[in-house]
Ligand binder design. Structure first.
Ligand code: VG1
Ligand code: CO
Length: 541
């Protein structure tokens, strides 16, 4: 018997990046099975198809992999390529799908959300281009979860995923592969590994904090084994089911150990951290933090120094809440710059159509068309390659960049786990008043325009509405507000603040100070503290 009756679960709606729930929700009988079957059904079945499977090593990933393998077999899949130990970073999974010409892939991760039995789990389906399923597909999956009556699962013993090699599950081949090798090889085709080896040989120092998540094995292989950085360059390098209790979100709040080392006396030349599934990155120099919105701008401005982009960039794209720093670089380079909704799934069409080479999000996500996911270690290697080519420190590169392009002071304020109704009411009120804001002034700032962002994909014409509120002030400052689509508790309000200073004066301020008038104006307009009773944000990046 491979067909099992089931009944729908509420709330299996994929968010910004797949379905994320408390691990115990996923562990309920049939919850995972329903979602996987709905996914298979929504993509037209998996008969005869090849899939890639892997995840970030978090709790329940191995058990979930066994379920998915048995379901793929019962649904007629021809082959599933699995990372050894059910491990694959998100960018490595994207690469494997593309390299092996697979029909799609299942990534088991809740990314930057903590892991463990009492924390979060997640599942995401990627398409044959290696990128996250677009909205039309995630909506079809959700629709299917609401009417599901049965799923298919083979009754068979677990597959050994600890050893590289092939085995069979019914008529399906299970191919266990080294999760690191192909990805590391891909990096060698993009970057000047010889120059990077030279950099470390000359005594350049680096700290890479893998936060007990999936990038550890990749970072050790690339930086220590292939590039010759000293042992110990990578810390928290062993992926653990609960990430060792760390919150694998590479930002100053959660990567505080690394921050302390980089800001302290005698810190390394360069520092970086990555998230649970390896698609995010934080970049630091000795004594300096690089805002992710600035990072994508610097990478775009210097990309031609990197072998993989020596021919120039096709174009760039950023998510709407990301600062306009990269727009200025694109204008200087004479290339297109696209503005998309939050979430990497919106970049895929632009990359497939050959319109953009680099993409970035303010949330520590940068990547390029080498895969169809954002890629944390790729960003680290981009920075290293640029440092090697320019022979300058991170601080020097940043200072040069601001002098040349001006500075987009930027910060994101997160209010986590707000009561959902309260957050919805607050933004609902803002929506109702949005048209009346134009011309009104707050803290000396006059509203130039305000709207709710709606995106029309320039490649396939699909429309994604209600993607965040934008309030633009005269002089180029702005605030953006939206609710997170990756949280698992209540509602998380994200407030994105930006102010442009052309220079040459005023380029060295503290961002929170530079943004203080916009923060105060936002409070006057939206009343976040007044309505939620919160004194301030939970996380500032
Ligand atoms: C957040 C970020 C978004 C990112 C998404 C997935 O989404 O803001 O930029 O693409 O996480 O990243 P939200 O809806 O919570 O704001 V990952 O590394 O968690 O897959
Ligand atoms: Co991630």
């Amino acid at each position: 018997m491979t067909t099992h009756p089931t009944t729908p679960f509420d709330g299996q709606k994929p968010g910004t990046s797949g379905l994320r729930k408390k691990t115990k929700v996923f562990m309920q009988p049939n919850f995972l099975e329903n979602f996987v079957q709905a996914t298979f059904d929504a993509i037209g079945g998996v008969t005869g198809k090849t899939l890639v499977l892997g995840g970030d090593g978090r709790y329940f990933g191995d058990a979930a992999s066994q379920v998915i393998l048995k379901m793929a077999a019962a649904n007629g899949a021809a082959r599933v390529i699995v990372g050894q130990g059910a491990w694959l970073s998100t960018p490595a999974a994207s690469n494997l799908i593309r390299q092996r010409g697979a029909d799609g892939g299942v990534i088991l991760s809740a990314s930057h959300n903590p892991g463990g039995e009492t924390e979060d789990f997640g599942l995401k389906y990627n398409m044959s281009n290696g990128g996250p399923a677009p909205e039309a597909v995630t909506e079809a999956i959700f629709a299917r979860t609401k009417v599901i009556t049965e799923f298919h699962k083979l009754d068979a013993p677990d597959v050994n995923l600890e050893m590289v090699g092939e085995s069979h599950l019914g008529a399906m081949t299970v191919e266990v592969v080294d999760p690191v090798c192909d990805y590391a090889d891909l990096m060698e085709t993009i970057f000047d590994f010889k120059a990077l080896r030279g950099l470390f040989h000359e005594g350049f120092t680096m700290r890479m904090d893998s936060m007990c998540a999936i990038t550890g094995p990749y970072a050790v292989e690339i930086f220590e084994n292939r590039l010759g950085a000293p042992k110990g360059t990578v810390v928290h390098e062993t992926p653990l089911p609960d990430f060792g209790g760390m919150h694998p979100d590479p930002n100053p709040t959660w990567a505080h150990e690394l921050m302390a080392e980089m800001m302290g006396d005698n810190g390394p030349d360069f520092g970086a951290a990555s998230d649970g599934d390896g698609d995010r990155n934080m970049i630091l120099g000795r004594g300096i933090y690089v805002s992710p919105s600035d990072s994508i701008a610097v990478l775009a401005a210097n990309a031609q120094l990197v072998p993989g982009y020596a021919g120039g960039l096709k174009g760039v794209a950023r998510s709407m809440p990301t600062s306009a720093a990269v727009d200025r670089v694109a204008a200087a380079l004479g290339i297109d710059c696209y503005e998309t909704p939050t979430g990497w799934k919106f970049f895929g069409n632009l990359m497939d159509a050959g319109r953009v080479s680099l993409c970035g999000e303010e949330s520590f996500g940068t990547g390029s068309d080498h895969v169809r996911e954002k890629d944390g270690l790729w960003a680290v290697l981009m920075w290293l390659n640029i440092i090697a080519a320019r022979g300058q420190s991170v601080a020097e590169i940043m200072a040069d960049h601001f002098v040349r392009f001006g500075r987009n002071y930027y910060s994101r304020h997160d209010y986590e786990a707000l009561p959902t109704e309260q957050a919805n009411a607050m933004l609902g009120d803002l929506r109702a008043r949005l048209d009346t804001l134009k011309g009104t002034s707050y803290q000396g700032l006059t509203v130039e325009s305000s709207d709710e962002f709606s995106y029309t994909d320039p490649v396939d014409g699909s429309v994604s509405a209600q993607q965040g509120f934008r309030i633009l002030f005269e002089g180029g400052s702005r605030v953006v507000l939206r609710l997170s689509g990756t949280g698992t508790e209540g509602a998380t309000l994200r407030v994105y603040l930006e102010r442009y200073v052309p220079g040459p004066d005023g380029l060295g301020e503290d961002p929170q100070t530079a943004l203080a008038p916009i923060i105060a104006a936002t409070e006057e307009i939206v009343g976040i503290s007044a309505r939620t009773g919160r004194q301030g944000p939970d996380v500032i990046t």
